[in-house]
Write a protein that binds this ligand. Structure first.
Ligand SMILES: Cc1cc2nc3c(=O)[nH]c(=O)nc-3n(C[C@H](O)[C@H](O)[C@H](O)COP(=O)(O)OP(=O)(O)OC[C@H]3O[C@@H](n4cnc5c(N)ncnc54)[C@H](O)[C@@H]3O)c2cc1C
Length: 417
């Protein structure tokens, strides 16, 4: 596959851009593969890429029921940060953050990673205690995180309203300067192109309808709407639909699927320099390179598979955004959408072997898995290749919900993006 470079752009400019190849191939599925990955979101594609790149396994197919990146990967608000509370979380999210740094070069694809800083607001004494605890825990784990006064927060983000009369007064903020955003589609496309270049088959419009097992219980393949496909190992990376797929193999998952919404405004000139989150009022905001304000909300209160979500949720979020940033009160919203997120009881992911030999699962990222994409794919590939977890994902087992060794980011933050 041709390398993207300034010379390639110049060469193509001279000949009317007629020489660009397809970014990835779309082969017919073969009868058998060594590894099948179910789900062509960022995590599934990254897993296939690292299996090929770091473990020399290229006999892989990634099966996707819709189009590549059409799940939560293409629906999220792209916040990247690693300032979670627990040591295990710091391990995996910081592993991902380190990979984001050189990802565009590694994939030869501009994923537009922009470390513009993620600021988390405190509105009351409880928030201050929680966020300061995060700052100290992060520093102990080597994750830089700064505490800001309201005035320092306003200096970092001028549109912020720090008036003491505000409905949600700002009493401080935690700032992870290396946090930021990336272009979600580019992440899926970049991993797909790089995996395809190494021989991975990416098969879209291919829905898995059953997981087949031999008489000794080991996986032997799947049934799809394009016929049966055999495999020695299967990785399920299907976000909100993980429980449905795992049930096909007889495994009951500790997951609930909720709609989570986001919305964007009309595009305006650059006016918002960073990412701001408020967990207390369930609102967060950044500005895309196109100029749209990208705004996210909390999940619906009820489980569902409808990719829409309640209107009152985004109404509440916009009320909060207008209170915190009055200058946006007259902006028009262009569109809103939802995705189905897979939530575990402790709000931490599961990246693990399963009780079924040859079956592996990567799920439970809930409202905040985009940021983990490179790290998750990297350690999940290790788990599949070696039939053993990487030390970084070793704590993220399925068994922890039986043994009680939880990684309780739910209690630590209540919401996470
Ligand atoms: C509105 C919203 C905002 C978010 N904001 C953020 C954020 O700011 N920061 C952050 O870090 N995270 C965020 N997230 C979470 C993040 O998007 C997800 O955790 C992450 O993208 C999950 O990636 P994935 O590859 O596991 O899943 P997906 O991208 O959903 O991929 C799973 C794929 O599996 C496919 N699939 C399902 N069933 C089958 C089947 N039977 N056969 C074949 N294929 C199947 C689906 O079609 C889908 O393409 C947000 C999510 C939403 C919905």
């Amino acid at each position: 596959m041709r390398k993207y470079s300034v010379f390639a752009i110049a060469r193509e400019a001279m000949r009317g851009h007629k020489g660009w190849e397809q970014q990835w191939t779309s082969p017919e599925p073969r009868k058998d593969y060594e590894v099948l990955i179910i789900g062509a979101g960022g995590h599934g594609l990254a897993t296939a890429y690292y299996l090929a790149k770091e473990h020399g396994i290229t006999d892989i197919a990634v099966l996707e029921k819709g189009w590549l990146g059409g799940g939560n990967t293409g629906r999220n608000t792209t916040i990247i940060r690693s300032n979670y509370l627990y040591d295990e979380s710091a391990g995996i999210y910081n592993h991902a953050l380190n990979l984001w740094d050189g990802l565009s070069q590694d994939l030869n694809y501009n994923v537009m990673y922009s470390p513009r800083g993620v600021m988390m607001l405190a509105h009351n004494v409880h928030d201050v205690q929680v966020l300061k605890r995060h700052v100290h825990a992060n520093r102990l784990n080597g994750v830089p995180n700064d505490w800001l006064t309201p005035e320092e927060a306003k200096e970092f983000c001028p549109p912020l309203n720090i008036s003491k009369q505000a409905r949600y007064p700002i009493v401080g903020a935690a700032l992870q300067r290396k946090g930021g955003t990336a272009r979600h589609d580019a992440v899926a496309w970049g991993y797909a192109r790089a995996a395809s270049a190494r021989g991975v088959h990416i098969i879209q419009n291919c829905e898995v309808t059953a997981i087949r097992r031999s008489s000794n219980g080991h996986v032997i393949g799947v049934d799809t709407n394009r016929g049966p496909i055999g495999a020695k190992k299967i990785g399920v990376v299907a976000a909100g639909h993980t429980s449905v797929l795992m049930e096909m193999a007889g495994v009951r998952m500790p997951l609930e699927s909720y709609p989570l919404q986001a919305l964007v405004s009309e595009p305006v000139k650059p006016c918002f320099p960073c990412v701001v989150m408020s967990n207390t009022v369930h609102a967060y905001i950044s500005q895309s390179d196109k100029g749209e304000l990208v705004i996210g909300a909390g999940t619906d209160q009820y489980i569902s598979y409808s990719q829409t979500g309640g209107l009152h949720i985004i109404n509440h979020t916009l009320d909060a955004i207008c209170e915190m940033f009055p200058m946006f009160a007259r902006m028009k919203m262009l569109r809103s959408w939802g995705g189905i997120v897979d939530v575990t009881p402790d709000r931490s992911p599961i990246l693990a072997k399963t009780p079924v030999p040859g079956l592996y699962v990567n799920c439970g990222w809930g409202t905040g898995g985009f940021k983990a994409t490179p790290g998750s794919g990297n350690v999940f590939a290790h788990t599949i290749a070696n039939d053993n977890p990487h030390p970084i994902n070793a704590p993220f087992t399925l068994e922890r919900f039986r043994t009680g060794r939880l990684i309780d980011e739910a209690a630590a933050a209540a919401v996470a993006h």
